[in-house]
Design a protein around this ligand. Structure first.
Ligand code: URA
Ligand code: SF4
Length: 212
């Protein structure tokens, strides 16, 4: 089973998709998580950000990027001169994957099976949004959108067309430009956070310029 079994045929609004995603059982991640965390933002957004999966805070609040990584991302978006009200932010996988250690829930990177199972939601969001620029945040989003051979470290910070290596680009109705960068959580984990943060802002500035 995948999310495809839960995506409503002919959905016309993001709210319709979000409502349907709330009861998705397209993979086992819904069993342990609190709730589906769907994308959110401007329905006419020209820029769509794609992250990995909700974290602990997002899982509890039901909103993407509202925890520490989200705060950092918002700061970087601001520094890059993007209007945060004109964005849409979503994740490659829409349930939180974690491992219980005592009472703590430790983030676990989603597997290829979860990315593939959840991908129909991303495709459905894109087909309604038809963004001009897609910002790929880190390796999981790159896997979901561009396939396993794409390397963020090699291709970050450049305006790219959907590369030939992209998996099933025909799924994405409007072929947007794409800018890949590191995940904001990677900035939080970096030895030198300032350098990592400045790199993120520089990449987002490239994405912002596509619109101007
Ligand atoms: N990291 C992500 O990739 N997405 C979120 O929503 C939060 C943290
Ligand atoms: Fe459905 Fe995605 Fe949640 Fe899996 S992670 S249950 S595919 S919404």
């Amino acid at each position: 089973m995948t999310a495809q079994d839960f995506v409503p045929d002919g959905a016309r609004t993001l709210d319709e998709l979000k409502a349907a995603a709330a009861s998705c059982k397209g993979c086992e991640l819904h069993e342990g998580a609190t709730q589906t965390v769907f994308g959110r933002g401007d329905t006419h957004a020209r820029v769509v950000f794609v992250g990995e999966q909700p974290g602990d805070v997002e899982d509890q609040k039901g909103l993407p990027f509202v925890g520490p990584a989200g705060h950092l991302l918002r700061r970087a978006v601001d520094a890059a001169g993007m209007d945060p009200r004109q964005l849409y932010i979503t994740n490659s996988v829409k349930h939180f994957r974690f491992e219980l250690r005592g009472r703590r829930r430790i983030h676990q990177t989603p597997d290829r099976t979860h990315i593939e199972a959840c991908r129909p939601w991303l495709v459905a969001e894109f087909s309604l949004l038809r963004p001009q620029v897609v910002v790929v945040l880190g390796a999981t989003a790159a896997k979901a959108l561009l396939g396993p051979s794409f390397r963020v470290t090699q291709s970050r910070g450049r305006v790219l067309p959907w590369p030939d290596s992209a998996q099933r680009p025909q799924d994405f109705a409007a072929p947007a430009k794409l800018v890949a960068t590191i995940h904001p959580s990677a900035v939080l984990r970096a030895d030198n956070q300032e350098i990592a943060y400045n790199g993120l802002v520089a990449d987002l500035t490239v994405a912002a310029r596509v619109l101007n």
